[in-house]
Design a protein around this ligand. Structure first.
Ligand SMILES: C[S@@+](CC[C@H](N)C(=O)[O-])C[C@H]1O[C@@H](n2cnc3c(N)ncnc32)[C@H](O)[C@@H]1O
Length: 241
């Protein structure tokens, strides 16, 4: 997958070359380009913002540098992702869909955001997703892009090794993952649930599913609406009631 990020703070994206992503790039699974939006400004001050039409506080990112940058960086048909707190939620389902695409271009906003015409115009050249990573407001799109790129790329086959399976992660099947344990079997008076030491794989799978359902009901009951619960799942919930 080819990933391009447009930003006025290219150095902010340095973590994209680290850890799992750095290894994925070294293996040729992901190719990442970070571009300074100011390259596409046309004045001596390299201006990217201006005051908002209609008045109000703050500044808005001007459309012209964005238009020129996207014309050069975005291949036709590639998805443009515009992070914004006013966007549709970015979820694991969205990440899984994007992980199947050949390329993504991310446009990092700053100030009050990017002139709306940039996203509107870009829709003529491929899909455009205005997405939010959560119900809070960040100072800029860069940290949101770090979050999204990591969530997407770890779903590309080969990026995550066997040591860290994505299949049983929280949100993979709409539920939260239950608790995990490692050695020692007893620590500070807290014992590992005995079933995990039993060697009975079917019993362990049943216990894990029940813990996953219970934890989801406790911490994120809203998620249960999107999950087909089995009779065993309902029994696990009833046992808690
Ligand atoms: C201060 S915010 C702009 C907020 C905007 N005036 C609003 O209220 O919708 C500046 C930039 O941070 C990024 N941003 C802030 N919160 C975000 C969130 N929850 N998800 C994704 N991007 C976010 C976007 O790139 C946005 O353009």
């Amino acid at each position: 997958m080819r990933i391009d990020v447009l930003t006025i703070f290219p150095e902010y994206l340095a973590p994209l070359g680290q850890a799992l992503l750095g290894k994925a790039a070294a293996k040729g699974l992901v190719e990442i380009g970070v571009h300074d939006l100011r390259t596409w400004t046309d004045d001596v001050h390299r201006t990217v913002d201006d005051s908002p039409y209609g008045g109000g506080p703050g500044m808005v990112m001007r459309p012209e540098p964005w238009g020129r940058a996207l014309a050069e960086v975005r291949r036709p048909g590639t998805r443009l992702v515009v992070p914004t707190p006013a966007g549709r939620p970015f979820t694991q389902t969205v990440a899984a869909q994007w992980a199947t695409e050949p390329g993504l271009v991310f446009a990092c906003g700053r100030y009050e955001g990017i002139d709306q015409r940039v996203a509107d115009d870009a829709a003529a050249h491929g899909p455009v997703s205005e997405v939010s990573i959560g119900d809070y407001v960040l100072a800029g799109g860069e940290s949101a892009v770090l979050v999204m790129v990591e969530a997407v790329t770890r779903l590309i086959p080969g990026v995550v090794g066997n040591a860290e399976s994505v299949e049983f992660d929280s949100h993979a099947d709409g539920l939260l993952e239950g608790p995990s344990y490692t050695r020692p079997a007893s620590w500070r008076g807290h014992d590992v649930p005995p079933v995990l030491l039993s060697g009975d794989h079917a019993a362990i799978a049943r216990w894990r599913r029940a813990e996953s359902v219970r934890r989801t009901a406790d911490r994120r009951p809203d998620l249960l609406a999107g999950v087909q619960l089995t009779a065993a799942d309902r029994a696990a919930l009833d046992a808690d009631a």
